[in-house]
Design a protein around this ligand. Structure first.
Ligand code: DX5
Ligand code: ZN
Length: 228
């Protein structure tokens, strides 16, 4: 039954990829005032994914504007090369892709030794077994619900049983590792991913494309708490 529970402390992580880049600080303040716990920062290098986004300088520039947990999602090759730069810029949580690390354990330890939370992400087609030997070290597992690279895509429903399976493994091992989901999250599917076992919901377009950003955060939280 544990894998069917609705998490009462569901947390939201608005992704600034969908924010107004000419008014980032303003948009960050709006989601913070609406009660979002994390600020999700998508870093893309044009190699691991086709798109190029932002680097440590933007994280550093935003840091004085917010007390939210800065959640840096590195969609880059050889992320270990840049982890220290992002931590120095103000990241509280650094997530790397298992697919991008030749030595995943080493990169996870590198993040932890810098004194911040460590996350590992899996693309939709990557099996959970890729995490087996590092799972107890992780603060967070990020299960991609789209293929990374762009905002505004549709959630891939085949990931739902994967979330359930991950929840079961975490519960069986009595770990406190949190499950984050990212990609295509909306009011229509928020309840489903939470019912599957997600703790933290990333959302870009569902929040920043709404005219009323604050209202969108609140609506998404309500939807996440609805049993589906
Ligand atoms: C996808 C990114 C996501 C994306 C989410 O590669 O990692 O964080 O910005 O955006 P939406 O919610 O619009 O799918
Ligand atoms: Zn992301």
């Amino acid at each position: 039954m544990a894998d069917k529970r609705i998490n009462p402390s569901i947390q939201l992580a608005p992704s600034i990829l969908a924010a107004d880049f000419a008014n980032l600080a303003r948009d960050v303040k709006k989601v913070e005032q609406a009660g979002a716990e994390y600020l999700h920062i998508d870093v893309m290098d044009g190699q691991f994914v086709p798109n190029i986004t932002i680097g440590p300088l933007v994280v550093q520039a935003l840091r004085p504007h917010s007390k939210m947990i800065f959640d840096v999602h590195l969609m880059i090759v050889e992320p270990g090369k840049y982890v220290a730069d992002f931590v120095q810029a103000g990241a509280d949580l650094v997530t790397v892709h298992a697919e991008a690390c030749s030595h995943l354990h080493r990169t996870v330890m590198q993040i932890k030794e810098l004194g911040v939370q460590a996350g590992v992400s899996l693309n939709p087609a990557t099996p959970l077994s890729a995490l087996e030997h590092v799972l107890p070290l992780l603060d967070l597992v990020l299960l991609m619900t789209v293929n990374p690279g762009f905002g505004g895509q549709k959630l891939i429903p085949q990931v739902l049983p994967k979330i359930k399976k991950m929840r079961k493994i975490i519960n069986q091992q009595e770990l406190s590792t949190q499950i984050q989901v990212d990609g295509g999250i909306s009011c229509e599917n928020a309840g489903l991913v939470v019912a599957a076992g997600a703790d933290i919901l990333v959302a870009g377009s569902a929040i920043f494309d709404a005219g009323d950003i604050k209202g969108a955060v609140q609506k998404l939280r309500q939807a996440a708490m609805q049993r589906q």
